[in-house]
Ligand binder design. Structure first.
Ligand code: BG6
Length: 472
């Protein structure tokens, strides 16, 4: 295997794209893989909003070489993908499956062969089913299991991976699992959310500590979906709402991952909401401090607009259908409410097209956490693409990506330390609640034949990267 050169990590700007295992691999029961919670959820009647599954998905498990080759042909030099925990340790805690290790070794080798830097996420939402049944992230034993799983991966691939990410989006994952209730375990109780997010962050910190004590080369980060929190009205009540929303979405993850501590106001607030805080153990504080990250993986899609909380119970809803019958709504009792700017453009799922979000969040992070490098680990937009004579003319996606890339460049010019940019997603893949209708890929996948066709956005991105060569 190609040995990583640690110095190489800062030499070039990373231009690439990203995927996650469950969303693209398929091969759900191949080569000794165990069941994940998403396998089981998608095979059950609980998945009633969007009853499709990732059994085959984009068949990336078998076609990864084609996909990586196409990335390289499109001038991309970085590929972020996740490892499926259930392929490596099928039941989450027991024996290691050599065929799982062999698979990802081949993926990593293929990346190196094509001059593409592999960026590896250890956990992107798919939890081994036995751990899920045992309480998932609400059970501390899942933290122990993750630490061991991470160590197995570091030992297996540490010689050939220079960019690791522990977990993907602790905020968004737990928001869907325990707030909106559209990801398993489909709960609507934010007090349980805080327990789960705490354990995910603890698992991440423990993995970082293991990575360092193992003497592995390279850097380790965590992927955070972070948002500039803005309001349409500038008064004290709106500023208070924005501060609380910042704690709720951003700082409950970023302060911990970067500074190693939870914001005191956040802890006070969730306790006063009736959260049972006994999940906090005294020794954890030192682990969080030791387990701070080398860089922040940042997923940027849009901003969040808020207004003051007025009345009513906590209520979180997501637009799961991409039509006018479904809306996004967030009311968090005693904290804030979500607001909408009727004048801005949105995609069919209600996501605001707001490129300045990229600039605003990068500058905010630069100021709040000075000295923390950032890699944009996801940026993209979902649409129902239309095929015309075998091609996808996705000008809307080009406009979106161009806008966000320009805003990233503006932030870099203003002193933000950004080391890479990865489009979500490399190819069309499974969307957690929107199945195969909502597409993000630079490359179209025909989910009947599994044939790949580069979209116009793929060609735009290839030309953009070629024109950049160096971005500093
Ligand atoms: C990110 C996730 O939050 O958003 C991805 O990391 C996901 O896994 C992407 O696919 C888009 O989400 P959705 O729900 O629009 O498909």
């Amino acid at each position: 295997m190609t040995a990583p050169d640690q110095n190489r990590t800062h030499e070039k700007f990373l231009w690439g794209s990203a995927t996650a295992a469950y969303q693209c691999e398929g091969g759900w029961d191949e080569d000794g893989k165990g069941l994940s919670n998403w396998d089981v959820f998608c095979h059950s009647d609980d998945n009633d909003v969007n009853p499709v599954d990732g059994d085959v998905a984009s068949d990336h498990y078998h076609r990864y070489e084609d996909d990586i080759r196409m990335m390289a042909e499109g001038n991309q030099n970085a590929y972020r993908f996740s490892i499926s925990w259930s392929r490596i340790i099928p039941d989450g805690t027991g024996a290691v499956e050599q065929r799982g290790l062999d698979h990802y070794r081949k993926v990593i080798e293929t990346c190196h062969r094509y001059g593409v830097e592999p960026l590896v996420t250890l956990y992107h939402y798919d939890l081994p089913q036995p751990l899920f049944e045992n309480g998932g992230w609400e059970n501390r034993e899942t933290v122990d299991a993750f630490e061991r799983y991470a160590e197995v991966c570091f030992d297996a691939f540490g010689d050939s991976v220079t960019h690791w990410m522990t977990v993907n989006e602790p905020n968004y994952e737990t928001l869907c699992e325990y707030g909106i209730g559209n990801y398993p375990p489909n709960v609507r109780d934010l007090r349980r959310r805080w327990h789960a997010i705490y354990n995910i962050l603890l698992a991440s910190a423990r993995a970082v500590v293991r990575f360092r004590s193992g003497g592995h080369a390279g850097q380790i980060g965590l992927v955070s979906d972070s948002y500039p929190i803005e309001s349409l009205v500038d008064d004290e009540a709106h500023r208070d709402a924005a501060r609380l929303a910042d704690l709720f979405f951003n700082r409950c993850v970023n302060d911990v991952a970067i500074d190693g501590t939870f914001p005191v106001e956040f802890l006070d607030k969730i306790e006063s909401d009736g959260t049972d805080m006994s999940f906090i153990h005294r020794d954890d504080a030192a682990v969080f401090l030791d387990g701070t990250i080398d860089y922040l993986g940042l997923n940027v899609y849009d901003r969040i607009l808020v207004k003051p909380y007025t009345t009513g119970e906590t209520n979180l809803r997501a637009n799961n259908t991409g039509d006018a019958t479904s809306t996004n709504q967030i009311i968090v009792k005693g904290w804030f409410e979500h607001d909408v700017d009727p004048t801005t453009e949105k995609n069919p799922w209600g996501m605001e097209i707001y490129p300045q979000a990229m600039y605003d969040i990068l500058v905010e992070l630069r100021d709040r956490y000075p000295g923390t490098p950032v890699i944009i680990t996801e940026n993209g937009v979902g649409y129902r693409d239309v095929v015309v004579d075998g091609e996808v003319h996705d000008d809307y996606r080009i406009d979106y990506l161009r806008g966000f890339v320009e805003q990233m460049q503006r932030a870099i010019d203003d002193g933000c330390d950004v080391r890479g940019y990865l489009v979500w997603s490399t190819i069309d893949l499974y969307s957690w609640i929107n199945g195969y209708e909502k597409r993000y890929g630079l490359v179209r996948v025909d989910f009947d034949t599994l044939a790949r066709t580069p979209k116009d956005s793929y060609h735009w991105y290839a030309a953009h990267i070629a024109a950049q060569k160096e971005i500093t």
